[in-house]
Design a protein around this ligand. Structure first.
Ligand SMILES: NC(=O)c1ccc[n+]([C@@H]2O[C@H](COP(=O)([O-])OP(=O)(O)OC[C@H]3O[C@@H](n4cnc5c(N)ncnc54)[C@H](OP(=O)(O)O)[C@@H]3O)[C@@H](O)[C@H]2O)c1
Length: 269
């Protein structure tokens, strides 16, 4: 592969692409589903809220004429995720792209951390991190067998650096960021694409009511456009908005003394 070639095969055309979005009932996943339905992809929408998914699937199918099915499942339940993948492979023959957008945010605070917070930590890691492994276990055998397929994980810039008020969320995303790199190294030579998606702040239910600054806040529609564009370019990492996320990338390289000093200036109540 030439050194400056796209790291993944660019998605040239969406019509007929079989896309499974896990975490499609609201926010970034739902808006990406709207955009991909308009582009003609065949979609399966997963999440825990069956009624919301049913309503979205029938709204999108009616509005766009695309095939959109509701496939409720909880990403923390490995068997349910495997059953979802089986259902899709039986119906579609294969899955071209799995977009994992499912995620939850906690606002755990170190000063107040106690034993009672551990279930929230477990739930965050089960959803944001182990959920990704459940998807891998469900779809990778088929992808490997066929030597094709695309895994895209919505992670976060929160995984770039340590953050206050995100004691389970940020480590879950740091691990997911790392997992995507390992997966890319292992799977790309087998013909399987891996994409890491790191949004900045996006105005969705996930961060609603949070008591923290949200600089460079994006709409979920803008997030969906950036994700689809990045997939079309064949990016390994899709991060946006670039002026904000690039700054956070620079912060990764700063001595921690300087990083802690700067972060205290911007997160001070
Ligand atoms: N909003 C931001 O500022 C921001 C920034 C960076 C990264 N992100 C990431 O973007 C992704 C999407 O979040 P969002 O902002 O769009 O928030 P959102 O509107 O709350 O969407 C979260 C999605 O995850 C699904 N989900 C949660 N737990 C699940 C489970 N156990 N099983 C299956 N699905 C589950 C939810 O569906 P159900 O409730 O129906 O299960 C929902 O569809 C998350 O991974 C988040 O970490 C968000």
């Amino acid at each position: 592969m030439p050194f400056f070639a796209p790291l993944n095969p660019p998605v040239a055309a969406w019509p007929g692409q079989r896309v499974w979005i896990v975490g499609a009932s609201s926010g970034i996943g739902a808006e990406t589903a709207r955009l991909l339905a308009r582009r003609g992809a065949r979609l399966a929408l997963s999440g825990r809220r069956a009624e919301t998914l049913d309503a979205l699937a029938s709204e999108l199918a009616t509005a766009t004429g695309s095939e959109v099915r509701s496939l409720p499942c909880d990403i923390t339940d490995a068997q349910a995720v495997a059953a979802g993948a089986r259902t899709l492979c039986e119906a579609w023959g294969d899955i071209d792209l799995v977009l994992v957008a499912a995620g939850i945010y906690d606002a755990l605070r170190p000063q107040e951390f106690h034993e009672g917070d551990l279930p929230a930590v477990r739930h965050t890691l089960d959803t944001n991190l182990l959920g990704a492994y459940h998807v891998l276990a469900a779809v990778l055998p088929g992808f490997r067998h066929r030597g094709r397929g695309h895994l895209a994980f919505v992670s976060s810039v929160a995984g770039y650096n340590g953050l206050p008020q995100a004691l389970a969320y940020a480590p879950s995303k740091a691990a997911l960021n790392n997992l995507c790199e390992g997966l890319y190294l292992e799977l790309q030579p087998l013909g399987i694409a891996v994409t890491r998606i790191c949004p900045g702040f996006v105005d969705t239910p996930l961060i609603a009511g949070g008591h923290f600054p949200t600089p460079a806040l994006q709409t979920p529609q803008a997030a969906a456009r950036a994700i689809v564009l990045g997939l079309e370019r064949g990016d390994f990492e899709i991060h946006f908005p670039r002026y904000f996320t690039s700054l956070l990338k620079v912060l990764q390289w700063l001595p921690r003394r300087l990083y802690f000093f700067l972060l205290r200036q911007v997160t001070r109540p």
